[in-house]
Write a protein that binds this ligand. Structure first.
Ligand SMILES: Cc1ncc(COP(=O)(O)O)c(C=O)c1O
Length: 392
């Protein structure tokens, strides 16, 4: 009775980890959470206040399918601050990057079309492709490439049925970024094949590359104007539960995306859109920047701590809030390591299995979306675990 795609979709392992962690907590244990890909901070106060005002002012009805004009203008201003000129007409507000991915899959893929994605990569990407009848095709990547493809890797993977490529910068689960030259070269290659290039910039703002010295890292749009950009208020702006994001699409795609948005979603969340206007206020931006600095400090603390315990951290992340760690020296697979760490020491970490099939058993993902005190407690427990397992 169910569609064949349902059997092709893997459950999200991190959800199983979360459920098991919740069971420990219900039994009174303290769990250290390194599994959650969500900022631990509450939404910044100016945004919450704007959201409450929006509700009182009656902004509780459908809006235009592609979002309210003032929010598009605020996003235009956001790109202007990064030195980029993006017209409001190319911006489509969505219910999170997830709805953005749904729209792009519907816009760009016919049944049987291949979408190139990365392995490791964000696990849901392939599901969006399958929903449109597309076929995800993974580009296997390793640490010597910074887990990001060069144009040669894209060209090698591009087959007769390939329609386009979806990459992220900074990426989940590795936090690494594509270089500007690679973005330009991949965009030129895709253009030459009459294909598309979707760039997921959901961790924009949480990049730790020096924007002042290299403005070009602010967005892939600096390197190619015909990219399909995915972005979101979830991560840097700390609004995961509000379900709000945006796309920047090339002008010829606007009409098609608009039709899909009208039919699939009617409108993005109205109060969230009004709340998000405050996300770009100086007061909120100051809070977001402080939090980005906190993530950077936590990254160093966790990375240093794990390396002192003998772990190999194959790439230093350029951004986001993840550390992709090689656990192969323990003699355990990532899945066994995570399972034992949670069951025996109540430290929750996500196994590499969630992010692909290429050397996934070597890796686990630590998310530093938890306090420095919790990071220290987690490191202590990992140390105890290694001793208990005869590996210390
Ligand atoms: C790389 C990447 N893209 C997209 C998403 C979806 O985010 P949202 O729908 O909350 O905007 C996530 C969430 O973790 C992500 O890591």
């Amino acid at each position: 009775m169910f569609a064949a795609r349902i059997d092709q979709i893997q459950p999200f392992k991190v959800m199983e980890v979360l459920d098991r962690a919740a069971e420990f907590e219900a039994a009174g244990a303290t769990v250290v959470h390194f599994e959650v890909g969500e900022p631990d901070f509450p939404t910044a106060a100016p945004i919450v206040a704007a959201g409450m005002e929006a509700l009182s002012a009656g902004h509780t009805k459908y809006t235009s399918a592609t979002g309210i004009a003032p929010l598009k203008e605020a996003i235009v201003g956001h790109y202007q601050r990064l030195g980029l000129d993006v017209p409001a007409s190319r911006i489509v507000i969505t219910s999170g990057a997830s709805a953005g991915l749904t729209l792009l899959a519907g816009l760009l893929l016919d049944p049987g079309d291949e979408l190139l994605i990365t392995d490791p990569g964000y696990p849901c990407n392939e599901v969006f492709a399958r929903l449109a009848g597309g076929i995800p095709r993974a580009i296997p990547l390793g640490p010597n490439q910074g887990f990001q493809p060069a144009v040669e890797d894209v060209a090698q993977a591009w087959g007769p049925a390939t329609k386009g490529v979806l990459l992220a910068s900074p990426a989940n689960p590795t936090g690494t970024m594509l270089d500007g030259e690679a973005i330009a070269a991949i965009a030129a290659y895709a253009r030459g094949r009459d294909g598309f290039f979707i760039l997921d910039e959901i961790y924009q703002g949480l990049s730790r590359r020096d924007l002042a010295a290299a403005k070009d890292y602010a967005s892939g749009l600096s390197f190619a104007d015909d990219l399909f950009i995915l972005n979101s208020f979830s991560k840097y702006f700390g609004m995961t539960g509000w379900r709000l994001g945006w796309l920047v699409v090339p002008e010829p795609a606007v009409e098609g995306v608009t039709k899909l948005a009208q039919n699939l979603f009617i409108a993005p969340n109205a109060p969230a859109q009004y709340a998000a206007l405050a996300a770009f206020s100086p007061a909120a931006l100051e809070i977001h920047e402080e939090r980005a600095a906190v993530f950077a400090a936590r990254c160093r603390r966790l990375s240093d701590g794990l390396q002192q315990l003998g772990f190999h951290v194959p790439v230093t992340p350029d951004g986001a809030f993840y550390l992709y760690v090689d656990v192969s020296h323990t003699g355990m697979s990532g899945a066994d390591f995570c399972s034992r760490l949670l069951e025996e020491f109540q430290v929750a970490v996500t196994p590499g299995d969630d992010f692909g099939r290429h050397q996934h058993e070597r890796y686990v993902r630590f998310a530093y979306t938890t306090s420095e005190a919790a990071i220290d407690l987690g490191l202590e427990r990992v140390d105890e675990a290694l001793s208990a397992w005869g590996l210390g």
